[in-house]
Design a protein around this ligand. Structure first.
Ligand SMILES: [Zn+2]
Length: 150
């Protein structure tokens, strides 16, 4: 947009409050993809577009995706990051951030077979933190650093 147009646009719409972002779960309508995403968007259509752009639904078309409201995550709409602990408590599981092959759920954490780390999840940019399996944690203790960078 040209600068003068941009100014005019901003001036015209300055008094219109920004619509609040809402949390949506993006899944494929066949529930066949193991990847699910939470995205924050103003509408279900925009949420699906974001889901499609995430790279986790490359084999799907827009009409094959569903956006399901997740009011429980609306409180994270500002930073658009959900603590991994909360996702685990809600039944999500993730691959180990070290080896990428071990699936980790809340029970694994509770049983001490896996740990929560602070590294960013490479595959899900809505997640704050990572999970690390026991074997990777003993090999790479730095994966368990608790300080959060963001
Ligand atoms: Zn591992």
């Amino acid at each position: 947009m040209q600068d003068n147009l941009k100014e005019k646009f901003n001036e015209t719409f300055k008094d219109i409050p920004k619509r609040k972002l809402k949390a949506y779960l993006i899944v494929d309508k066949y529930y066949s993809n193991e990847s699910q995403e939470i995205v924050f968007a103003e509408t279900a259509g925009l949420a699906k577009a974001k889901g499609l752009a995430s790279g986790n639904f490359d084999d799907y078309s827009f009409t094959e995706l569903r956006a399901e409201r997740q009011k429980c995550f609306d409180k994270y709409s500002e930073k658009q990051l959900i603590p991994i602990k909360e996702l685990l408590e809600r039944g999500w599981w993730f691959y180990c951030a070290g080896c990428g092959s071990v699936q980790i759920n809340e029970d694994d954490i509770e049983d001490g077979n896996a740990f929560i780390g602070s590294y960013e999840d490479e595959y899900h940019d809505f997640v704050k933190g990572t999970v690390i399996c026991d074997a990777c944690a003993s090999k790479n203790p730095e994966l368990l650093e608790v300080e959060n960078a963001r």
